[in-house]
Design a binder for this molecule. Structure first.
Ligand SMILES: [Ca+2]
Ligand SMILES: [Ca+2]
Ligand SMILES: [Ca+2]
Ligand SMILES: [Ca+2]
Length: 275
């Protein structure tokens, strides 16, 4: 690049333009907008790069469930979910919504979900919140009931701008809702945001605060009959017919056992226990 002065003792227009376009096109745009910088293209570049670096290093907390679009807020110690919050330079989403927990601090620590939810039944979870920012903060939460990776479907926002007053510290808030009868069975994503801004939306950058993503299991409402079996005798034949109703057939043993016992792995394969 050539910064040879032009006829007036300044960098010539062509030379300056060529150099700036080669080094930092956005800085060139700024120079075009602020002609006072015209004589100092290198300074203009330096200022732009410093500004860009400063913006990129702003402490940001990102969501971490890869099925959802990104959500983020500027990390502050005064607005947080649970005891911990931290920041990431880039989103660390994965399929188990644990990316933030395995990056820097394990700070996805403020949402307590039940072992499972049941379609068509009431449900709830708790969110531990802190807001000492000096102004109100807002709690919003969503459950992806239909499992499509989008949280804007009808009925999926389960907390909407619940006001968390300043001066709130380590306080458990209960989020209550009814699981739609049409909710998909299996694990679905849950997103909780506490932000300085109201109506942050389920995705996107919004204000100061924190976002925590988790998964929760939704079970079909299955009734099994009979609920207990008669005693068996050693050496004697034993026959018992089990019937099931409710939920969405066909049922799998994994669905039934997981949702009834709460200690099996939801993996789509049959798992049997003898007790
Ligand atoms: Ca947290
Ligand atoms: Ca973290
Ligand atoms: Ca959805
Ligand atoms: Ca998470």
């Amino acid at each position: 690049m050539d910064f040879t002065p032009g006829h007036s003792g300044q960098p010539s227009s062509f030379q300056t333009t060529e150099a700036l376009m080669a080094v930092c096109p956005r800085a060139y745009a700024r120079v075009e907008g602020f002609r006072a910088w015209w004589r100092h293209p290198v300074l203009a570049c330096a200022v732009w790069f410093l500004a860009a670096a400063s913006a990129a290093s702003a402490a940001t907390d990102f969501s971490d469930y890869s099925a959802f679009g990104s959500a983020s807020s500027t990390t502050v110690s005064t607005i947080k979910i649970g005891a911990l919050t931290d920041s990431e330079t880039v989103i660390t989403a994965n399929t188990t919504a644990t990316g933030d927990d395995i990056t820097n601090l394990a700070d996805e620590d403020g949402v307590t979900l039940p072992v499972s939810l049941v379609t068509g039944a009431s449900g709830s979870f708790t969110v531990n919140v802190t807001n000492t920012s000096g102004a109100s903060a807002f709690l919003n939460a969503w459950i992806d009931f239909n499992g499509n990776g989008v949280l804007t479907d009808a009925g999926e926002q389960v907390a909407a701008n619940t006001v968390i007053a300043t001066g709130t510290s380590n306080s458990n808030k209960t989020v209550s809702f009814t699981v739609p009868a049409t909710a998909t069975s299996g694990k679905v994503g849950v997103r909780v945001r506490l932000t300085s801004t109201s109506t942050p939306g389920s995705t996107g950058l919004s204000g100061n605060g924190e976002v925590e993503d988790n998964l929760v299991l939704i079970c079909p409402a299955i009734t099994i009959s009979p609920t207990s079996l008669p005693s068996a005798a050693v050496g004697a034949a034993f026959t018992q017919t089990l019937t099931s109703s409710g939920g969405a057939s066909p049922y799998t043993a994994a669905q039934i056992l997981f949702c009834k016992s709460g200690d099996q792995v939801w993996d789509g394969s049959a798992e049997f226990m003898l007790r």
